[in-house]
Design a protein. Structure first.
Length: 200
């Protein structure tokens, strides 16, 4: 059985919902998943003016070193101008110790995101987080085409070979659709099954 950390930041709940789906995929496959969030670092006036939620749906990450205790890591964060948000970057920038220890080398890592528009930078955001995971020495797991739900143009939907995604819509009111949830579950399952094989 693999033990996977799902670590996210979310301002309005979309990425939080996707984190739950990633974790559900891990657990459905018989593995263990912990969901943690990184701290809000935006100034209080920004939090207020932009209506960021005070996310208490999951516990805060205990610190950077716990990352090394897991068999795999799945990072999720919304798009900010086509890249990862400062809240997630701020946490990752505290991970020098875990990087230096080599504790994540060779372990599977994956990413997921959300954006308001369909082409508002999902893939570049995914890659901005993949960059970090590769510096940690992780082996990247994508949302491979075994997940057929990402194909087709029958409906508006997220999902990319580089990670699971959802689209929040121009006013943020759209919630993750069934196919997007299924993509997140597939990604979680794939990471956990890979971690179990690598550890074995
Ligand atoms: C400062 C800022 C920059 C953003 N930049 C983008 C962007 O480049 N492209 C886009 O489609 N959405 C952008 N958004 C919208 C967010 O990606 C959207 O609110 C988020 O995906 C919702 O996820 P959440 O509910 O987990 O926070 C931006 C939002 C903020 C507050």
């Amino acid at each position: 059985m693999a033990r996977i950390l799902v670590l996210y930041y979310s301002s309005y709940g979309h990425v939080s919902t996707m984190a739950e789906a990633v974790a559900a995929g891990i657990r459905d496959a018989g593995h263990e998943a912990d969901i943690r969030r990184v701290a809000e670092t935006a100034p209080e006036d920004v939090v207020k003016n932009f209506g960021f939620q005070h996310d208490e749906s999951h516990d805060l990450i205990e610190g950077p070193d716990v990352l090394g205790e897991y068999d795999g890591l799945v990072l999720g964060a919304p798009t900010r101008f086509g890249r990862l948000p400062s809240q997630m970057a701020a946490f990752l920038d505290t991970c020098g110790g875990v990087w230096a220890s080599g504790a994540l080398i060779g372990k599977p890592g994956a990413v997921f995101t959300s954006s308001n528009s369909q082409h508002g930078g999902q893939e570049t955001t995914l890659f901005s987080m993949i960059t970090n995971l590769m510096h940690f020495g992780m082996s990247i797991i994508g949302l491979d085409y075994g997940f057929e739900g990402q194909n087709g143009i029958d409906e508006v939907k997220g999902g990319a070979p580089y990670g699971a995604t959802t689209i929040a819509g121009p006013d943020g009111s759209r919630q993750p659709s069934q196919v997007e949830i299924d993509g997140a579950k597939y990604l979680g399952r794939r990471v956990a099954n890979t971690a179990a094989k690598m550890a074995g």
